[in-house]
Design a binder for this molecule. Structure first.
Ligand code: DGL
Length: 272
């Protein structure tokens, strides 16, 4: 089956986090149609086993494939850590993860100090960032830290104020005295709290994430396959889908995307 350049790019995450990647993708490839799936019925992924995350990831990917996507962006570090090879093997279209991009952004930003990777317990335990950083910058000292409470805070839309600040202080306060010069947000939910995280780690520390580099990787792959959508008088369309509570998702999503999403569709993946 041949896939048309007119087909949309699919993205998925456990919830709102991957919207940070969608935003970067829309900025880099404004002509492309997109379909975003947030698995709000099963969020969080980061505290679950690799087997369960892989099963959820396959459900999401199969659903997006059924929507006729031409490429899949795995806008979730936990899934990228546990299931990227399995997804790549099972899908006919190119699959782009976020970890390589995040590690590249960190290596670009560091000025010789330590790099702190923040991620979900699953991502940190998988060692995926630690390996990518070791390969890209063998001499850079790496500190890895799981910050699971950032995910429900982002889903709740609590991205600034006392509560996220206290949580961030508890997770990261010691990084101010640890020689860290770069923090990489190794969970796509965390950029929603980037301002709070930056305030806690202090002004000398660069806080980076892989969203832009992921969008660039996707652009390169589509360009190499001559699959970029050609110029068209028809504007790009953007569908947003979730697996539970679409109205709630829409409220948080519109805040983070800074634009209207239109109706957020609801899908039951068990029925597809
Ligand atoms: N946003 C996801 C990530 O990048 C998953 C967060 C979660 O569901 O725990 O890891």
């Amino acid at each position: 089956m041949s896939i048309s350049a007119e087909a949309p790019i699919g993205l998925f995450d456990s919830g709102v986090g991957g919207l940070t990647v969608l935003r970067a993708l829309e900025a880099r490839l404004p002509r492309e149609h997109t379909v975003y799936l947030g698995d709000t019925a099963r969020v969080p992924y980061g505290t679950r086993s690799a087997e369960v995350v892989t099963r959820y990831a396959q459900l999401n990917a199969r659903y997006l494939a059924s929507q006729g996507i031409k490429a899949l962006v795995v806008a979730c570090n936990t899934v990228s850590a546990h299931a990227l090879p399995a997804l790549t093997k099972s899908l006919p279209m190119p699959v782009v993860g976020v970890i390589e991009a995040g590690a590249q952004a960190a290596v670009k930003a560091t000025r010789g100090g330590s790099i702190a990777v923040l991620g979900t317990p699953g991502t940190i335990a998988s060692g995926a960032y630690q390996s990518a950083l070791k390969r890209l910058a063998p001499l850079a000292p790496v500190i890895a830290r799981a910050c699971p409470l950032f995910v429900p805070l982002a889903e709740e839309g609590w991205t600034d104020g006392d509560v996220p600040r206290l949580v961030a202080e508890r997770y990261l306060g010691d990084l101010r005295r640890s020689g860290v010069d770069t923090v990489v947000l190794g969970c796509t939910h965390y950029p929603l709290l980037a301002k709070t995280i930056a305030e806690v780690v202090g002004p000398k520390v660069s806080v980076v994430d892989g969203a832009e580099a992921t969008a660039e990787a996707c652009a390169q792959i589509l360009s190499a396959r001559t699959m970029l959508r050609p110029e068209s008088p028809k504007a790009a369309t953007s569908r947003v889908i979730c697996t539970d509570l679409p109205e709630r998702f829409r409220g948080v999503a519109e805040r983070f995307l800074g634009r209207k999403t239109g109706e957020v569709e609801l899908v039951d993946l068990a029925m597809t």
